[in-house]
Design a protein around this ligand. Structure first.
Ligand code: ATP
Ligand code: MN
Length: 354
């Protein structure tokens, strides 16, 4: 059977994109597409794989052991990308019944057999090397910081990672990327307005497209999702343009979640606490997942057990999910017992004052 794929490698500091065509038994045809991208965060080595059936997937290699915790002095924008976070986020998205994350699965790829031996792309070949431990490794070529220290290595050839299915191309399913109104500063010293102005949401509510429809409620779903995973790196969200302003938000790039199971970053919930609204369907789902028969950690453990890389999350991360879910529900209770509104798809429910 042919395993045929194009491989594009890029690091998001200052990197190049390389596309290669991989076949198991035939020589590869190569397309090289060089494009420089300037990103301060850097060091994100990824492979874009094009499969023989023209399917496309993004491979994020394992960079951190599952039990390793992000050091507390790390800023979210220099944190590792975690392959297991991508996988777990996909499962969590299904468990929450959001369905806003493209499918992700864990996989081992053979970096020698499936990339090095099959590509005729000299540029890609040149970044491969054998480590002192006799493992096959590769790095991406960058203008500044791409050195072999940042390489990923197989063991000796097998490399673990997450494989995310690509969305259809932009010509078929156009979508736009929109800055998160609760974006964080990506500098060491800056502060954003939402961090210092408790009435920030009132301003957002006046602005298109947050001034009508479900957009703000969708943002609140997104931050609940991000709070559960601990992802502080939601600088943008994407929407399909064909569904108009009420289309759901795509939750792409979840690799910076699941970094610190011992810490709950409550600032992620700022849109919930500042806007005081939540979809009824989301609230019901969260309440369901807080019940002992459907405990979030149990449902996630069962769901993740079907992934080829199981166990995807450590028990500490699973327990953190339950703890954070409880925190969202307590926050919601505090906010809404005062008679705020809970909305869902255009319906408004006034809660009785307690
Ligand atoms: N499954 C997907 N299908 C199509 N496009 C995707 C998919 N996942 C990610 N992308 C696109 O690729 C971009 C980069 O991917 P991602 O954010 O996962 O990597 P990253 O290394 O964190 O990059 P960045 O620093 O730009 O956020 C995303 O902003 C998104 O537009
Ligand atoms: Mn990203």
């Amino acid at each position: 059977m042919y395993v045929c794929m194009y491989v594009c490698m890029y690091i998001l500091c200052v990197c190049i994109y390389l596309y290669i065509h991989i076949k198991e038994t035939k020589p590869c045809s190569l397309i090289l597409n060089v494009q420089s991208v300037v990103k301060p965060s850097g060091l994100h080595l990824k492979l874009a794989l094009k499969l023989q059936d023209f399917g496309k997937a993004m491979f994020k290699p394992m960079r951190q052991e599952r039990h390793e915790e992000t050091p507390e002095n790390f800023f979210y924008f220099v944190d590792f990308q975690r392959h297991n976070a991508e996988i777990a986020a996909f499962h969590l998205d299904r468990v929450l019944d959001f369905r806003r994350v493209p499918p992700v699965t864990g996989r081992f790829i053979n970096v020698t057999g499936e990339i090095l031996y099959l590509t005729h792309n000299e540029e890609l070949r040149s970044v491969f090397f054998t480590s002192p431990a006799n493992n096959t490794c590769f790095f991406a070529k960058c203008l500044y910081v791409c050195k072999s220290e940042y390489a990923v290595c197989g063991h000796p050839d097998l490399l673990e990672g997450s494989m995310s299915a690509y969305l259809p191309g932009l010509s078929i399913a156009p979508r736009i990327s929109i800055p998160n109104p609760w974006i964080r500063t990506y500098s060491f010293t800056g502060t954003e307005e939402w961090e210092v102005n408790p009435l920030y949401c009132d301003n957002v509510k006046k602005l298109y497209p947050y001034n009508s429809g479900n957009r703000l409620l969708n943002i609140i779903d997104m931050v609940i999702f991000d709070f559960l995973t601990g992802n502080m790196d939601r600088h943008h969200y994407e929407v399909f343009t064909k569904f108009g302003d009420d289309g759901f938000l795509l939750h792409l790039d979840n690799a910076r979640g699941f970094g610190r199971p011992s810490h709950d970053e409550v600032s992620i919930l700022a849109p919930l606490t500042q806007c005081c609204m939540i979809k009824r369907s989301t609230l019901f789902r969260l309440k369901l997942l807080a019940q002992s028969e459907y405990r979030l950690s149990d449902v996630m453990r069962a769901s993740l057990s079907r992934d080829p890389l199981t166990p995807v999350l450590t028990e500490d991360h699973l327990q953190a999910l339950d703890r954070r879910l409880g925190q969202v529900l307590r926050t919601q209770m505090l906010l809404f017992t005062g008679g705020s509104v809970i909305m869902d798809y255009g319906l408004i429910f006034e809660l009785k004052r307690s």
